[in-house]
Design a binder for this molecule. Sequence first.
Ligand code: GAL
Ligand code: MN
Length: 342
Amino acid sequence: MKLQSVNAFLIMFAGTVVIGLFYFGFTSPSLRYIEQRLCLNKTKKSRENALLQSPQGFIYKQPSVVGPDGKVGPLTPWLAPIVSEGSFDPTLIDAIYKQQNITVATTIFALGKYTIFLKDFLESAEQHFFVGFRVHYYVFTDHPEQVPDVKLGEEHELTVMTVNSLSRWQEMSLGRMKRLELLIESGLVNDADYLFSLDVDTKFYGRWGAESLGDLIGVIHAWFYYTPREQFPYERRPESQAFVPYSEGDYYYGGAVLGGSVKQVYQLAKTCREQLDIDAAKSIEAAWQEESHLNKYFIYNKPSKLLSPEYSWDDKRGTPREMKMVRFSQVPKNYDEVRPNT
Ligand code: GAL
Ligand code: MN
């Protein structure tokens, strides 16, 4: 009898405590706040982990771009997709990203005589590059008056960023990482979700849309996808910060295209700029300037998505069987005409 009433009391007491906790949990602003903060912390942490870092000096087999069937492989050995024609549904992927109401920012560097490329670049971009999405071009130039008046699509915007002239084409290339870093620090691209940096001496020939979006994006160079890694044109002098040993490297990436989330592009630009500064202080210029530093960065910070050479072709190079289409390509140029030095 006595035991029963003690039990009943305990059950009632426990019930009250549980109901009380529930009530307190749902109504107390402080508890809700803590809960929210925990969620935020979790989200932030997973974003920070998005960098796919791999250790230096780690030896493994070089991945191949084209498989035995003559087709571009679908994945890297770290399971990042390699985007090529046939690997995605353009209408589906655009529809998914349209729901997210994204803005894509794109920097283009047109210094000295490189402004002659702007018209074709912009006109062809307007036909193929993120059609139907919000796009914001940032054109860096020392000749703002030479930026052509190209009619832009709805929700497409262009900002001219006037910069000082440079005397060597190598410096035009070398300065891009710093400009990218400063642009992001300035907060100007805060409205953007993704950021690309594209070479201006190029032209779009085909669709380039939401399939190219991801945290960190690199493009496989048009000339080296059959090349053994020890023959990649990496910087090979150990004195340079861009140095890559013969036993390392996955793919040779083109410097004409880089991209990703604003946060990841900032990390990349800042790191490469720091490495470029160290080299400059020692009067070392890497074999292919910022492209060499970019390639080093991508070995130890793997891109989360790779674009096949369809996204950075070269007009000089025909179209071999394994390339189903060309979307973006370097246009032939007379170096003597566009470069201030050799
Ligand atoms: C060329 C390209 C250069 C550089 C070089 C590397 O085809 O025009 O920008 O990437 O390959 O060897
Ligand atoms: Mn170029």
